[in-house]
Structure formats: structure tokens, C-alpha cells
Design a protein. Sequence first.
Lengths: 341, 227
Amino acid sequence: MQRTDAVPQPATLPGLNRETIVNGMVVAALLALPLWAFSVGEDYYVNLASLITIFAIAGVGLNFAIGQGGMVSFGHAAFFGIGGYTTGVAAFHSFEETLFIAAPLAVSGTNQMLLIWVVAMALCGIAALAIGAISLRTEGVYFIMITLAFAQMIYYFAISWPAYGGEDGLSIYLRNQLPVMNADHPFTFFSVCFVLLLGVIFISAHLSGSRFGAALGAARMNETRLATSGINPFPVKLTGFVISAMITGLAGALFAELNGFVGPSMLSWHRSGEIMVFVILGGVGRLYGPVVGAALFVLLETYIGEWTEHWQLLLGFALLGVVLFARGGVVGLIAGKPRHD
Amino acid sequence: MLLKVNELEAHYGAAQALFGVNLCIGEGEMVALLGRNGMGKSTTINAVCQMVTPSNGTIEFCGQVLNGLPSHRAARLGLGLVPEGRRCFPNLSVLENLTAAARKGEWTSERVYKLFPRLQERKHQRANTLSGGEQQMLAISRALMTNPKLLILDEATEGLAPVVRGEIWQAIATLKNAGLSILIVDKTLKELLPLADQAVILEKGETVWAGPPDTLTEEIKDRYLGL
């Protein structure tokens, strides 16, 4: 017999399924923590929330590549670092009042965040175009390895570039500026990061629901089948990879602002692994998964790390639990299987 | 002539699968590709769609030689393949399956829903939660959404319940009457032959008979189709 019955739909308000409710609560919690901290004057917690938000942005970027396009990149630290170094180098030249590129081009540094973000994302886009053009010719474990290799190349390049601190990194003495508002204020900076996070989640959701997103999802499942529909899978995947890199690059630029420092550690493979942990812990392909993943990671590091340096052991168990028992990550565990409307 | 396959040969590694397939499809024609299992029907279709590289012979579509084109380019010229085994994108919704493949033309999701009203009811459901018949409807619809000049159906009714099979044949008849050119492989000759304008029989990777279905004698059916 053919099964023609519809999948039972949970009885909730239209457009308000369990995942939407969970997502709403996550956003509310992320906003509530710094609001409370700001009201009692605890800047430390505001900055903690900013860190979660920035990591979440990086995760949203990688999640787009993995969840939507099936491209398991183990080299996203490259883009995180490029974003960070863009901030660092621009601020360095602006502070020292020197030129980044000598005359006749005469490119100077800048302390304008908006401009830095645009440049950071553009540079990440270009880097991803080059890395993706080569890496996307491979699949599976080879893709993982080749993205890792590219990230390591950039890492060693940063280490061997003494003009920008080499192994010691580069300090950003004054936070860069935003028009109208005072970006130096912790809560203002958090708000900017928070709005950017909502922005990239919106873009990611919008793209996933578009024809491009459907084609990217189709490429993840079966490239040949997509090709027989008249769509070349390669440029679709490359575009997805570039978008993913640009989002992660934006997070890198913000991370450098938050810390007032950039170093090669932003580019290291540990960082690539951490971004991947945000995605897996939260739930691969779940829109707000990286937010939950980043929050858990930062909170574990902060609170468990306070009384034992082996906090990563606990993280390891958490990851093991997710991989073995909750393939949809923490969001999947709470909100159930993904719905398609 | 819409599609002209001339002395087509193809290999899987060292093994030769096609030894000289000849096939012609005119505008608005429906051609049935017949033959027993393993005689090269699916290989011929895969070679036409450039998923198997032909080792000899030519494939001309709309006056353009397809040999050596990447499969997405061949598809873009107007080949709409419904692969064997009702293959949809399992984790995409019905609507996403349709929009991923869509190209401009008269076939839109609305028109597809008119052909298969059940898909409209299920448009937000994931493809892997559909019944077998619905998945086949979706696979056909996905091919139609590319607005093909030639629809290629490989075993479109295989393994479906009789009622659903009837619905699919109804849809194929509707498409044919609307003037769509169709190349079809199917085992249910009872439904297939009255619809087809031409039949081509393959035996061991070679075209051994071609002509209108009503000229198919019992002797030929017995010799090549085992009926």
C-alpha cells in the first residue's frame, strides 16, 4: 500500500512552531544578560555577551556552509583571522598615521568600523573565492584537509609578518569608531554586534529559502541530480562558500575590536575547530544553532574554566553526547526535528 | 528533428555497454525505448544526458552536438530527465525541489500543481515524507520546471501501486497531448504502446528494430521483449 497520509502537524499557532519559540527565547536570553549587567554596571558580563554574539556570527557563517551546502570547512579560522587582521592593520596605520600602501596608491589606515567591515568582508570573499575554487574540486575528508591546509598557510604567513607583530600579534590601542554612537561603550558595542547577528541570521534564512538556497541544498544531496536539472553545482557551492566566509570574516573584525588585539591564534586550527563546535553543539543546519552553541561554549569556558583548566573535557563529553544522541544539536534536542515551513 | 542519436557507443570502464544505438525523436513525438533488462536503455538515456561519456557516435539535440558537454549544459539546452527510482532531493520540501530546478517558461509551480494537485497539498512537506507515487509526481514535476524541450522518463511507473500508476499515465498522456516531446522507458507496454508514436527496441546495446508501435508483430515482441 502507498502511504498517502500527511505527517501530523503539531497544533500550534500558524508560523509559531516549537523551534520558533526556542529561537525567540534564545534571542531574549542573549539580550537579557547584557541588559541586566548594564543596569547594575557589570561591564564584564556585557562583554561576555558580546563575545557570545560574535562567536555566534562566526558560527552562522560556518553553519551556512555546512548546514546548507554540506561543505565541512575546517579552515574557517582563516576568514575569522583575515577579518581580525583587517581591523588590526587598519587601526595600526590609523594610530601610527602611516600608509598601508605607499604612494602613488597611498592607502592609509582607518578607524571607521563600517569601512573596516566592508573591507574585511571583501577580503574574506576574495580569499574564499580562491580557496573555494580549489577546495571545492574535492569532497569529504579531502575537502576538510585542504581547507585546513589553506588556513594553516595563512596562519604561518601571519606569524612570519613582523610588520604586524608576527607571533606576538598586534594591539589595537583605541577602539575604532562608528558614526553617531560611541562604540567604546560596552553596551553600545554589544548592541551593534547583536543587530549584526540578527542581520546575518536574517540573510542566512532568506538565502536558505531562496532558489539559490534550494539549489545549494540540492547540491549537498546529489550534485549529478542537480546537474541534470541544468544547474552547474560548482558555482552554486562556491557562492555559498564565499557568503559563509564573509559572515565569519565580519565576526573576526568584531572579535578584534572586542579584544583590542589580533594575533595568529585567531587563524589557528584550534579556532576553526571551535567555530565548528559552535555549529555542531547548537545543531548543524539549525538557524539559531550557532547562537546556542557559542553561548554554551563561552559559558562552559568561563564558569567551568574558573575552577578547572580541564573544562574542555566536559565540552568533549557534551560534544560526544550531541553526536551520539542528539544529531540536531541542543536546538534539535529542545525543539525536535526541523520543520519545513 | 529534435534528438538524433547516431551509432552511439558507450563503455563502463573496459566493458562496452552500447554497440550502436540509433534513435530519432521529432518535435511533439513520443518515442518508447524498449528492450529487456540490461540491454542498454538506461545507459542510452544517461549517455544522451551526458552522465555517461559516449565513446563513439553522435548525439544531436536541436541541431547541436551534445558529445562532451557537461551534463548541466546539456540539461540547459532542454533535456528534462526523470531518473530511474523517483529521485527527489530528500531533505528539501516539495516547493524547494521545484524552485531549485526552475527555469523561465510556461511551466511554473502553479501549472505543475494543476497536473498533480496532490503536490500542492504537500508543498511544505519534505520529499522523503511523501509516498512513492507522490515522489514520482515530484520527480516529473521537477523535470517539467526546467521547461524542457524533451522530457525523458526512465521507468516512471516502476514499483507503484496500480491506482497511482494510472494517475501517472494520465499525466503523461496530458503532457503528450499538450505537444511535449517525450522519450520514455517503461515496462508496462499495455499503457505505453497506445500512447507512443514510435518504438525503438534495443538488444545487447544495439538498435534492432524501430517503427510505429502498431507495426510491432508478436514475433518481434517475443524475440526481443520476451512477451
